[in-house]
Design a protein. Sequence first.
Length: 157
Amino acid sequence: MMKKIFFAFGFLLLPIFAACAQNKEASPAPQKTYVKHIDGNDFKELIWDFSDPNNNGTIVYKGDLPCIVDFYTTWCGPCKRIAPIMEELAKEYEGKIYIYKVNTEEPNSQVLSHVFGIRSIPTLFYFPKNGYPQVSQGAMEKEQYKQIIETILLNNK
């Protein structure tokens, strides 16, 4: 009797395991992302070393292309709304600008948030290759970001 119950139970589980195996095989390959997530340590290496005592608070951008740094949190509604816009812009302007995202709640990014006085999210900094960075707070439409990229970062208008 026990063998029959065990056999029946195993027979019932077989379709479940088969369905799980099919779902695993059918999952799509990960898509390329154009926005790079960084923390405070990456920021010091790629953009500006805010801990260097010799810079006297002067921001000298290190990058070879202009960039946008998007300070965000995972729970912020406006941050979630602009995330796909930033991804589209990073793809559209690939090779012309970089777009970085900094999660203000990560331990290695909290000091960076303090250095820049981030009090509202999303806060975006626009670092031209030469000159002073500009800042915006809150979510905007894609066309507004494009205008900022063209005028502040690429000097096209």
